[in-house]
Design a protein around this ligand. Structure first.
Ligand code: AHM
Ligand code: MG
Length: 334
């Protein structure tokens, strides 16, 4: 019989590697895992009840919020609040930072940034959606935690990961010592270690980009796409094109099979579409930990300075050799 290791057991085992740690990060990861199970329950029954669709609100990016976005946002914030290990949450769905001012959490040492339900426009067509999270250490040492505690470079991440709500639900995360993936076993209600020490193939044969925007891409991005499409048996080109439109699902697929995911600058989105804090940094940390690479076309994503909560960035992320090849094109200039 194969041994089953639950997320909770795995976290405790990993903590044993840090004898002086007090267990706060472990408890924080546990809280995220709990919220993920609750959100998963709602996502999986979304077709049955009136939770699908537009809640009528518009988030600060000017995009329509779906009801499940709001639900997921509240669940994660509430789990982090009751867990007591996080003093600030910054969420893609909220304009400002959210201080968790309870007696326990106001002095907590961790910050969480989260995209509670990424790709939510796909919910009503039954396509995988996801949650993306990052954990940072608070920098200020006294008083109330501040915005500057949140605006940290990607290199400062303590942990990051995602949950993919798909044909099965998985939680994949890193604490800077490799990447591990857990699949939710609905029969016991636990995330179980299913993908230990995940490594992204060095080269892949899949490129993922919204080619509908082709005419608005910089010339270098157009040239790279052409490179992917040219026949060359030695490098197994042409590559396959796969684009789900849910970053978590696209990056997860490329993590397992090898590939590159691209969201470049476009004429209408001159800084790209995806957010540095909620989407690019956590995915970049995780993919680097799996042996891959992530750039904005000029600089490593994790080295980018961040000045605004909802700052956007172009991103080229995935298999190391594919991203390096893309970088040989002029990816940023129109
Ligand atoms: P969201 O956070 O509003 O859901 O948007 C992010 C999503 C990503 O998951 C996905 O990669 C991208 O937007 C798709 O955008 P597009 O439809 O422009 O290709
Ligand atoms: Mg998003």
């Amino acid at each position: 019989m194969t041994e089953t290791i639950t997320l909770g057991q795995f976290i405790i085992r990993q903590q044993a590697d840090f004898p002086f740690a007090k267990g706060e990060l472990s408890r924080l990861l546990r809280d995220i895992g709990i919220a993920a199970k609750i959100v998963n329950r709602e996502v999986s029954k979304a077709g049955l009840i009136d939770i699908l669709g537009d809640a009528g609100g518009v988030n600060i990016q000017g995009e329509h919020q779906q009801k499940l976005d709001i639900y997921a946002d509240r669940q994660f914030i509430s789990a982090l609040k009751s867990g007591g290990e996080c003093c600030i949450v910054a969420s893609e769905e909220n304009e400002g930072i959210i201080r968790l001012d309870t007696d326990v959490s106001k002095n907590a040492k961790y910050i969480v940034t989260i995209d509670p339900l990424d790709g939510s426009s796909n919910i009503d067509v039954n396509v995988p959606v996801g949650t993306i999270f990052s954990i940072y250490r608070r920098k200020t040492t006294e008083g109330r935690p501040q915005l500057e505690d949140v605006l940290q470079k990607g290199t400062e991440q303590v942990a990051a990961g995602y949950i993919i709500y798909g044909s099965s639900t998985m939680l994949v995360y890193t604490t800077g010592k490799g990447v591990n993936g857990f699949t939710l076993d609905p029969s016991i209600g636990e995330f179980c270690l299913s993908h230990p020490n995940m490594q992204i193939p060095e080269s892949g044969f899949i490129y993922s980009i919204n080619e509908g925007n082709y005419v608005h891409f910089p010339q270098g991005v157009k040239d790279y796409i052409k490179y992917c499409q040219i026949e060359d048996p030695a490098t197994k080109r042409p590559y396959s094109s796969r684009y789900i439109g849910s970053m978590v699902a696209d990056v997860h697929s490329n993590l397992i099979k090898g590939g590159i995911f691209i969201y470049p600058v476009t004429a209408s989105a001159p800084s790209g579409k995806l957010r540095l804090l909620y989407e690019c940094n956590p995915m970049a940390f995780l993919i680097e930990q799996a042996g891959g690479r992530a750039t904005n076309g000029d600089e490593r994503i994790l080295d980018l300075e961040i000045t605004e909560l909802h700052q956007r960035s172009p991103i080229f992320i995935g298999s190391k050799n594919m991203v390096e090849k893309a970088e040989s094109f002029n990816l940023l200039n129109q």
